[in-house]
Design a protein around this ligand. Structure first.
Ligand code: G1P
Length: 298
């Protein structure tokens, strides 16, 4: 009889970071609520999760993150206003996101790193496989990036990390994986033989970078509990995975799609332009505007 994997029903969104790179915009507003065209960054990730079959979201928050909770909650006053004005399309748009998913919140308390953020979801995730989505990495892909990973997970029945080749000069910004080059387990699917968080260029075992999507199994929790803090006092998810690798195979999956790192200003601006150009109502006038800038040289 074919072995059935346990379905991935839950996705964890770490969102407790202070967003210092976007100050002053993030002084009184969570960075996850910064807007790409007309949607907050975190909603792109939540929609990806929903389109990938996930129906439970766990958002890891901290102080000053209330706007995220309000965003994913019903707003009865706004809904009845839109209803009275006959703005049915907008009404559907704002109802869609609250109706499709169940959202739970847990506070991280102290900013002790990504591994710690995952660890605080232990009781909510419980004993089943789950996804981790880092909202800063916005991935435009068909099928959605997480769906591509779930398909791989269903075949390999073990943790799957999304990876992408990056220029060697950028490896120190990422978790980097070394893979078994001798065997590809399907297009872009590899077995991981080592992982290292933000290595110096000369220490990097490859240029395959983890890009903010993980499918994890519950044995990551004890592995993280046993993981030592790094030099800056944080528990790194990459270090926890390195520990887990001693006890089970872990896989890397290259994603077919376009990734934007919206966690830095240039990446954020590129993402705004990219998504604006994919909007039928904006693409043409926006293209004309961009072309006019080129022509005038400013
Ligand atoms: C985190 C992870 C890193 C990963 C990256 C992807 O780093 O620690 O392994 O490659 O996300 O975006 P951060 O960007 O939070 O510093």
């Amino acid at each position: 009889m074919a072995h059935m994997t346990t379905p991935v029903r839950k996705a964890v969104f770490p969102a407790a970071g202070l967003g210092t790179r976007f100050l002053p915009a993030t002084k009184a507003q969570p960075k996850e609520m910064l807007v790409l065209v007309d949607k907050p960054v975190i909603q792109y990730g939540v929609e990806e999760a929903v389109e990938s079959g996930v129906d439970n979201i766990v958002i890891v928050t901290g102080r000053g993150k209330n706007a995220i909770e309000d965003h994913f909650d019903a707003n009865i006053e706004l809904e009845s206003f839109l209803e009275q004005r006959g703005k049915t399309q907008l009404l559907e748009e704002i109802r869609k996101i609250t109706r499709l998913i169940q959202v739970a919140y847990v506070r991280q308390g102290e900013p002790l790193g990504l591994g710690h953020a995952v660890l605080v979801t232990k009781n909510l995730v419980n004993n089943e496989p789950f996804a981790v989505i880092l909202g800063d990495d916005v991935i435009d892909a068909r099928p959605p990036a997480l769906k591509q990973m779930i398909d791989v997970y269903n075949r390999v029945d073990g943790p799957v990390l999304a990876v992408e080749r990056v220029p060697m000069e950028d490896v120190s910004s990422y978790g980097i994986v070394a893979i078994d080059e001798s065997a590809e387990l399907g297009p872009g699917v590899h077995r991981i033989v080592d992982l290292v968080e933000k290595p110096k260029r000369e220490d990097a075992p490859s240029n395959l970078a983890i890009i903010g999507r993980y499918i994890l199994t519950p044995d990551i929790f004890p592995a993280l509990e046993e993981t030592a803090r790094d030099g800056s006092g944080e528990i790194q998810l990459t270090d926890g995975l390195r520990r887990l690798l001693k006890t089970r195979p872990i896989y890397a999956c290259e994603i077919n799609g376009v990734r934007h790192d919206t966690g830095n200003k240039l990446g954020f601006l590129k993402a705004v332009v990219y998504f604006a150009m994919r909007r039928p109502d904006l693409a043409e006038p926006f293209r004309r505007y961009l072309e006019s800038l080129n022509l005038n040289g400013h």
